[in-house]
Every structure is written in C-alpha cells, then in structure tokens.
Design a binder for this molecule. Structure first.
Ligand code: 13P
Length: 287
C-alpha cells in the first residue's frame, strides 16, 4: 500500500538523514527502485513529473503499475508515490488518480498567488491524508521544458509557505536540475541555515540531487534537508550501461535483442545508483 511521505520525513528530520526521491519513467525504473529500497530496508519516494506521467499513459496507469508492483514484489518498506513539480491542475489530477503525495510548484507565481493555491491544495491533501510539498525560489536548470534560474529562496517567504500546513518544503539554495556546470557556485548553506531557523522542524527538500558532491549532501542534511530528489543520475547510469551493451555488440549475439536482456544492464545500473544514494543519504535500515 502506498503511504503519505509525512511519517518517513518526520522520522528522517528527527534522525538527521534524508529519504531519496527517485523519479520513474517506466516499469524497469520502478522495479529497480522498489527492489533496491526493499533490499536495503529503506523508505523511498517515487517521483513522477507531469511529463513522465504523460509518457507512462497517465496518472491512473502509474498508480495501477506501482500499487500492483508493491503487491507482486512483496514490497513492505514505506513507499510514497509523489507528483514532482506539479501544476495546480496536475496536483488535482494526481490526488484524483490515487497518488499518496503531491508537490505543488507555485514558485513561478508571485508569492501571494503561491500562498493562495498552496493553501487550497493543503486543505484537500489534509482531508485525504496525503503529503504535500510546496516550493519557494525556483530551482535552476531545465525539467520538462521548464527552465528555472536557480534562485536562493527568501527565508521569510519560506516561513509563510511552511506555516500553511504543508508536509515538506522545497527551497532554492543555488541547486539546479540536471548536470552542474563547471563554474557552479555550490549550495548556499547560509540560505539553508536561515530557512531552517525560520521553519524549525519542517522537513526541507533538496532538488537537483544529481552531481552534488557527498560532503555538500551531508552538510545539507545536517542543516535540515530530509528529502533529496534524484532524477538525471539514474538516467545517466541507465544510458551508460545500455550504450556499453550495444557497443559490445551484445544485442547481436543470440537473443541479445530480447528487451528483457537489452534493458537488463541499464536496470541493474539504476539499482546501483539508487543504492549509492540511499547509503549516502543515510536511509538504509530506516524503513
Ligand atoms: P536531478 O535530475 O538533477 O537529479 O534533479 C531531480 C529533481 O530535483 C526532481 O525534482
């Protein structure tokens, strides 16, 4: 059964570790992440962007696939199915479809509008027992065609949104989606510290987990980050392993063209990446 992310994140914040959100794209992705979480006895959040939801034939298809997989694979660790960077309409559609957690990303609206829309969705999520993530200060980089500038959030605005009764807060601290450029200035721990001081026990979310050095991840966790989103890194691991398989001509040997064989190295590579992240984030054994 899918669960809200509230309990796992409250425990993570108190225990000074973080739960990984790994974005899914298809059956292989989902299976790799769930099996790794179970093997490591770690809670996990499956992230679905609106684009990935569309790609997987809609939110209902995603809910059907994930809930059936939990049962068929005997997954007993806590799993939340979470909409990543949802629009107001997308959030409502996911609530309707059976997601256990949503993110409403109103960071591109003026703060008053972000507050209003977040407030409405908080009321719906509270009634249904779902967790809800809100965002202040847009995350840089490109995701699903949306380009964010990578701002540092205003701690007072963070407090304003946190006080609406959300479950977790994503705040821009110089992080960006995708690979970090060579001249990246790094995370702003000063901003993160100020945000945590204003928001207290609220679990904070670090987006753009791909390519953030281990020491920065650890420091972010020590300053209140309890959920870390990883997407691109699994895509890169999958791509690299698949490329190797084809470049080695394995798809041309025997039944190497069978998708179950062709996609196996990439799926194993996703498992390895998820494992490394769970170990780094400290969520192993915390289910
Ligand atoms: P990356 O693709 O940089 O890992 O970011 C993932 C993310 O933040 C999803 O919201």
């Amino acid at each position: 059964m899918l669960v809200s992310a509230e309990d796992m994140l409250t425990k993570a914040k108190a225990g000074k570790y973080a739960v990984g959100q790994f974005n899914i794209n298809n059956l292989e992705w989902t299976k790799a992440i769930l099996l790794t979480a179970q093997e490591l006895n770690s809670p996990v959040i499956l992230g679905v962007s609106e684009g990935a939801g569309k790609y997987m034939c809609g939110y209902k298809t995603v809910v059907g696939m994930v809930t059936a997989m939990l049962e068929e694979l005997n997954i007993t660790v806590p799993v939340a199915l979470h909409l990543d960077h949802g629009s107001y309409e997308g959030a409502k559609a996911c609530i309707e479809a059976g997601f256990s957690s949503i993110m409403f990303d109103g960071s591109h609206y003026p703060i008053e509008e972000n507050v209003e829309k977040t407030k409405e969705l908080v009321a719906i999520c509270k009634e249904k027992g779902l967790s809800i993530e809100a965002e202040v200060g847009s995350i840089g980089g490109e995701e699903d065609g949306v380009i964010g500038a990578g701002e540092c959030a205003d701690p007072d605005e963070c407090k304003m949104i946190a006080d609406l009764g959300i479950t977790m807060l994503a705040a821009g601290i110089g992080n960006i989606h995708g690979k970090y450029p060579d001249n990246w200035a790094g995370l702003s721990f000063e901003t993160l510290d100020a945000i945590q001081q204003k928001t207290g026990t609220m679990p904070l979310v670090l987006h753009g987990g791909t390519g953030i050095p281990a020491d920065m991840i650890k420091k972010a966790i020590s300053l209140g980050v309890s959920k870390i989103n990883v997407n691109t890194e699994c895509q890169l691991s999958f791509q690299e392993a698949t490329r190797k398989y084809i470049e080695a001509g394995k798809d041309l040997e025997g039944k190497g063209f069978d998708p179950r064989k062709l996609l196996a190295p990439g799926t194993e590579a996703i498992k390895q990446t998820v494992k490394e992240k769970m170990e780094l984030f400290g969520s192993v054994g915390k289910a």
